[in-house]
Design a protein around this ligand. Structure first.
Ligand SMILES: [Zn+2]
Ligand SMILES: [Zn+2]
Length: 380
């Protein structure tokens, strides 16, 4: 079968399963569940995929009971579709992950219809993108290693290809001293807040010496209980980010850790450093797949912008997958002048237009999978 025939089959299949794609988008939207609690969403998606002939098994259940792995086909080409389905507290699907699930499942079903015996098609149910970042753990467990490529599309205020995301290391520093009455003439204690504030201002200075694109955000979350007791404990939380994982891990973090140690030593406090959220790597969009998305968006009459490789607005656990296999994560427009994590975005994610765009997204993803399949290295 040639490429064009396969892409025609995909477009027809997506139109045919429109009720399935809309069904996912609507059900998840009207039953929003936050990260690691997406039981109804995961059950619904498992059911849809089982009905479509996929065999569905738990994936990393020891850590994420709402994760799953669905497989169909047994061809040599291993294609992954990444589904997310967590919502935000009190806002519902304000990041549009209901549409991500709808697109990825729809695309996988359509690609399976076209690829026949040439491919093995995987759908990864990836919970908690907004919080625990299940893909970070999945990546550590090597679940993506055998893939030839993977795709995911994120809803947005414009359709766009390219860009990256920040590698991020959320680090908590706890300085521990000794409490004492501030007025006790004989016993002065060790002021952990002094150490912490000193570290905070030195961190600000160090920040200005880093030469590659980066961000350091820091707040003091504990700095004493009452003013007449010398604070014995001070806690600072920082989100330390860089456009490149390598720069973050090998240049920034060692210097920041060393600075914290030095400061603690000078003040005579103990110091503990722990990361309190998952460690996301930067997103490397596969350049060839970027081009395929551009070609297929053109075929589907979907206008798009192209973002610079250094453009990043946030962090995502898809970045970790991009270190395991070729990945591409473009964005698709579901409404104008909307910003993620707002109620306006949540209503766009439940709109008729949002669902129509999910059809375009599902088609584009499956058609890109065809383009990868037709690369010489996958043709014998
Ligand atoms: Zn989000
Ligand atoms: Zn999101």
């Amino acid at each position: 079968m040639d490429k064009k025939t396969m892409k025609d089959i995909i477009q027809h299949k997506v139109e045919k399963i429109q009720p399935v794609i809309y069904g996912i988008a609507e059900y998840l939207h009207s039953h929003p569940e936050v990260g690691t609690e997406e039981r109804m969403a995961a059950d619904y998606l498992r059911h849809v995929l089982t009905t479509a002939g996929f065999s569905v098994t738990p994936l990393v259940p020891e850590k994420f009971p709402t994760a799953f792995h669905a497989v169909i086909g047994n061809g040599p080409f291993q294609m992954g579709f990444l589904a997310e389905y967590d919502a935000l507290p009190e806002m519902g699907h304000a990041c549009g992950h209901n549409l991500i699930a709808a697109m990825s499942v729809g695309a996988a079903i359509a690609f399976a219809a076209a690829a026949e015996e040439n491919a093995t098609i995987h759908v990864y149910g990836c919970p908690a993108e907004e919080t625990a970042g299940s893909k970070v753990y999945m990546s550590e467990q090597h679940v993506f290693d055998m893939l030839d490529a993977a795709v995911i599309i994120h809803p947005s205020s414009e359709t766009a290809i390219g860009g990256t995301s920040y590698a991020t290391h959320p680090l908590q520093f706890t300085f521990t001293g000794k409490s004492a009455h501030v007025a006790d003439p004989d016993y002065h204690g060790i002021n952990a807040l002094d150490a912490l504030v000193d570290f905070y201002s030195r961190l600000k200075k160090l920040d200005t010496t880093f030469t590659e694109p980066h961000i350091i955000g820091a707040i003091i979350t504990e700095g004493g209980l009452v003013p007449n007791i010398i604070p014995h404990r001070g806690v600072l939380k920082a989100t330390i980010r860089a456009l490149k994982t390598e720069y973050l891990e090998h240049t920034m973090l060692p210097q920041i850790r060393e600075l914290a140690k030095q400061t603690a030593e000078e003040h005579g406090t103990a110091l503990e450093m722990v990361h309190y959220e998952p460690l996301c790597k930067d997103m490397i969009n596969d350049p060839r797949m970027d081009v395929y998305f551009a070609e297929n968006f053109n075929l589907l009459h979907e206008k798009f912008a192209v973002k610079d490789d250094t453009y990043a607005s946030g962090s995502t656990d898809v970045g970790n997958v991009s270190y395991d296999t070729r990945v591409c994560q473009p964005e698709i427009e579901i409404g104008e002048d909307i910003a993620a994590h707002t109620l306006g975005f949540a209503s766009a994610a439940g709109s008729v237009y949002g669902k129509m765009q999910a059809l375009t997204g599902a088609k584009a993803m499956a058609m890109v999978a065809v383009d990868v399949l037709f690369e010489p290295e996958f043709q014998q």
